[in-house]
Write a protein that binds this ligand. Structure first.
Ligand code: GLN
Length: 481
């Protein structure tokens, strides 16, 4: 399926096809491309039934904004009655007793869930190789990774298995896979989308957001996902902007910040060139480029890799074999049960994070690492505040490389972590950012990251939409058989 979600919304409204036809087409595509391993669970029966309901509702005059539109959820969102694995053996058979707020909201808008997409275990990774359910393949080149941790969602959208999917982004997990797979993905401001029922990795950084073909599609999805939720204490009360209505408009007078530190060592030269071409296109569309600096951005990676593991070590303490999830079969006593359960239930990357995080939070090291990292986080956020005094959005590369080969970085965690060098500062500052297709290097997609000030999602989507009206990178499809 090559149509955008917005086109499907219009086609359904005009009666050009039914939701049942769309869902059947998606299920057939999922079946044809099983080798991508994009899905952990496909819920064909429920999807067909929901599509038939949507068609009946529409025939009776019903018109929810996403009525009958097929999509998929990253397998980090709790879905009542359908297993939620978070890519882990620990939750391989876990069926949540309730729906996440994002799940509830998309259903209330009429969207039809086809299944749950593959992901790095507990969303820890940049390549989707840490999943207990196996690696996902990049539709542009099956020997390469799709990015992570929302790699299943990105691959599913890029391959046309679904028009849209949800993702989550703690340090880049929506934007980096969107860049690697040639789709558009938005990480909203911290607090814009409810985290209730979204399995926690690093609670002060985690945000859910949309992944789809275009900025217009992301506007439809964000409109459905965003909003205050009393069940999430960090949810923001500010009313939701009109993202779809806000797409119209040109870029005249827009000040686009270009970050000096984005073009230093580590950036692939061809990606640098593609980024400059995209910046020139924004200029042609009426924007003015402004030189800005984020001097502390080099500190973001070490800061993140103290804070995120620290929060993860605390969040993952709940998987103890007692309450829910995996429990080791043979054990001597309670302590042995804990050890075996966690030893067998978690994969290597998750264990690495738990150990780093526990160390950073321990009595002797708390001040030296955790507290220090909190201070650095503030400096990184202040950098953005200073930059946004001179510009309206910041534009730059999403990732320093295109999709790398499967296995290329598996034995080198630090080089894997480096892939999020441009995305992580945004999470530390709690800001919104999106990645959109902006060219190709040797047949592989390149992403352009647009970052906005707090709660400025509508502007980001408008800029991306204008760029996509003038370019066709987001329309290119991978050469799948
Ligand atoms: N790749 C980063 C990590 O491994 C970010 C992951 C994410 O955003 N969930 O922590």
């Amino acid at each position: 399926m090559s149509e955008t979600l917005a086109e499907l919304v219009r086609g359904l409204a005009a009666g050009r096809f039914s939701s049942v036809e769309l869902v059947d087409a998606c299920l057939a595509a999922i079946g044809r491309h099983r080798d991508l391993n994009a899905f952990i669970t496909v819920d064909a029966g429920a999807a067909r039934a929901a599509a038939a309901d949507a068609d009946r509702l529409r025939a009776g005059g019903g018109q929810a904004p996403l009525l009958g539109v097929p999509f998929a959820h990253k397998d980090i969102f709790c879905t009542a009655g359908v297993r939620t694995t978070c890519g882990s053996r620990m939750l391989a058979d876990f069926v949540a007793p309730y729906d996440a707020t994002v799940v509830e909201k998309l259903r209330a808008q009429g969207a039809v869930m086809l299944g749950k997409t593959n992901m790095d275990e507990f969303a820890m990774g940049s390549s989707n190789e840490t999943s207990h359910f196996g690696a996902v393949r990049n539709p542009w080149d099956p020997a390469r990774v799709p990015g992570g941790s929302s790699g299943g969602s990105a691959a599913a959208v890029a391959a046309g298995l679904v028009p849209a999917a949800t993702g989550t982004d703690t340090g880049g997990s929506i934007r980096q896979p969107a860049a690697f797979c040639g789709i558009t993905g938005l990480k909203p401001s911290y607090g814009r989308v409810s985290r209730y029922g979204m399995i926690a990795f690093a609670s002060s950084l985690d945000q859910a957001g949309p992944m789809a073909r275009s900025a217009e599609d992301c506007a439809y999805l964000l409109a459905a996902m965003a909003g205050f939720d009393e069940r999430d204490s960090t949810s923001h009360a500010r009313p939701v902007d009109d993202y779809v209505g806000g797409l119209a408009g040109d870029l005249k007078g827009l000040r686009v910040g270009v970050v000096r530190e984005h073009f230093g060592a580590g950036l692939d030269a061809a990606i640098g060139a593609a980024t400059h071409a995209a910046l020139a296109e924004l200029e042609r569309l009426g924007a003015t480029l402004v030189d800005v600096s984020l001097p502390n951005s080099a500190m973001s990676l070490p800061c993140y890799y103290v804070l995120a593991p620290a929060e993860a070590s605390s969040n993952l303490a709940r998987y103890d074999g007692v309450r829910y999830g995996y429990r080791a079969r043979d054990y001597r006593d309670l302590e042995d049960m804990y050890k075996k359960t966690r030893g067998q239930g978690f994969g290597a990357e998750v264990k690495r994070r738990i150990m780093v995080g526990t160390y950073a939070l321990s009595a002797g090291y708390y001040d030296a690492y955790y507290l220090k990292a909190l201070k650095l986080r503030r400096l990184v956020a202040d950098d953005f505040a200073r930059a946004f005094a001179h510009c309206d959005v910041i534009a730059g590369p999403t990732a320093p490389t295109t999709a790398f080969a499967l296995g290329a970085k598996s034995d080198d965690p630090v080089s894997m972590y480096m892939n999020d060098i441009y995305t992580i500062p945004v999470n530390l500052a709690g800001l919104p950012a999106l990645s959109m297709p902006a060219g190709f290097v040797e047949g592989l997609p390149v992403g352009l990251q647009l970052t906005g000030s707090y709660m400025d999602e509508a502007r980001l989507l408008r800029v991306a939409h204008r760029y996509q009206q003038a370019t066709d990178w987001h329309r290119r499809l991978p050469p799948l058989s």
